[in-house]
Design a protein around this ligand. Structure first.
Ligand SMILES: [Zn+2]
Ligand SMILES: [Zn+2]
Length: 138
């Protein structure tokens, strides 16, 4: 998800109705680096649209994922977080402040294969304590 107009154009082309609620969800996600959960998105949209249902949130997220405009992360146990940045990158979960932080550092494997399997794509989840929390501990 790079800019609103591109996402809107793609949704129109795919024949999805652009309701004000869907627009609000897209606006919440564009440029959002917090990797929100569906709950966090719901809480935010509810302030503007108190009648919004969970299924509207989930449907819209599903459409965006299917269009390749949104990525699902399963870095947290039993929870999905959403990332509008679909460029290849990895994620770090801070076990102190619970933030999901983008890692753009390239991690290179020596080979393009794992055992005899050819790798097309990979995504790494790191767990630990973020630099901000480390400073606070000292
Ligand atoms: Zn932290
Ligand atoms: Zn990310």
């Amino acid at each position: 998800m790079k800019d609103k107009n591109t996402v809107i154009e793609r949704l129109k082309k795919a024949n999805f109705k652009l309701t004000p609620q869907r627009m609000a969800i897209i606006e919440t996600l564009i440029g959002n680096k917090t990797h929100p959960s569906a709950d966090a998105i719901y809480d935010k949209i509810k302030k503007k649209f108190p009648m919004i249902s969970y299924s509207t949130i989930y449907n819209t997220l599903r459409i965006l994922i299917d269009l390749g405009e949104l990525r699902e992360l399963s870095i947290k146990e039993n929870k999905i977080n959403y990332d509008p940045n679909t460029e290849p990158h990895h994620h770090f979960l801070c076990e102190k402040c619970n933030r999901i932080i983008d890692i753009f550092q390239e991690i290179n494997f020596k080979s393009e294969h794992i055992n005899t399997h050819k790798i097309r794509n990979y995504e790494i989840y790191f767990y630990g304590i973020c630099s901000d929390c480390l400073k606070r501990i000292k």
